[in-house]
Design a protein around this ligand. Structure first.
Ligand SMILES: [Zn+2]
Length: 232
């Protein structure tokens, strides 16, 4: 009877291994989805920063054009002035415009350099995000088929298990199942050298002798697992 139970446990352990994998696969995918999502978020943040910078550069260029126009108008007016005072006034205006033009050109140059750095970063993140999204798609479909395969195998095992279980005394089966579920495995364990292979406690000598005699069903007094000895 215990042989059958040990055999049933082998089937149960395979079922549990499949169940664990069935739980693990979606968890891993979720983890990956999260990291792809973060990368995508980073990509769109960089894009927004780039657009903002382009807008600022655009604004500066408009102002630069205005300043250049103003400079041209000053030059034209300088030719038409009649007095020294008028000439000096135009000259002052022209100097201010020139200074502003220099500032704007410097600022634009700085922004263009910054833009170049951000663009390089953007391209790098974009290609990484694209690559990871693609890999994720592939992994997702692989995980799907692996999951279907595992489910089918587990269902087959469950049918086998039902047959195996039907050959075992219901009381013994019930005891075993309770312990197996509690520990999610190892409901029936071997005793070797007087030690329970489930919890590694020493079995009391009297009980150990009973187990050795191989009559009846015994449980480890510490962990409750059904115990047996290997037949010589
Ligand atoms: Zn034990």
């Amino acid at each position: 009877m215990l042989d059958r139970l040990v055999h049933l446990q082998e089937t149960d352990e395979k079922i549990v291994a499949f169940q664990r994998e069935e739980e693990q696969i979606p968890r891993e995918l979720e983890e990956r989805e999260r990291s792809v999502g973060l990368l995508e978020q980073e990509r769109s943040q960089i894009k927004a920063a780039l657009e903002e910078l382009e807008k600022q550069i655009g604004g500066l260029n408009i102002e630069l054009d205005e300043v250049k126009d103003h400079q041209r108008r000053c030059q034209a007016r300088a030719l038409a002035v009649k007095t020294q005072r008028e000439y000096q006034a135009v000259q002052r205006e022209s100097d201010i415009a020139k200074k502003r033009r220099g500032e704007l050109e410097g600022q634009i140059k700085e922004f263009l350099e910054e833009k170049k750095v951000i663009e390089e970063n953007y391209l790098e993140v974009e290609s990484r995000a694209g690559g990871e999204a693609q890999t994720l798609e592939k992994d997702r479909s692989e995980a799907d088929s692996r999951l279907k395969q595992i489910q089918a195998e587990r269902e087959d095992l469950e049918k086998t298990r039902a047959v195996e279980a039907s050959l075992i005394d219901p009381l013994l089966l019930g005891k075993y199942q309770r312990v197996f579920e509690r520990y999610r495995g190892k409901g029936v364990v071997r005793v070797s050298g007087g030690v329970c292979n489930g919890c590694y406690m020493t079995i009391p000598p009297q009980l150990y002798n009973q187990v050795l005699a191989q009559g009846g069903v015994h449980q480890c007094p510490n962990c409750g697992r059904i115990i047996y000895v290997e037949q010589a």
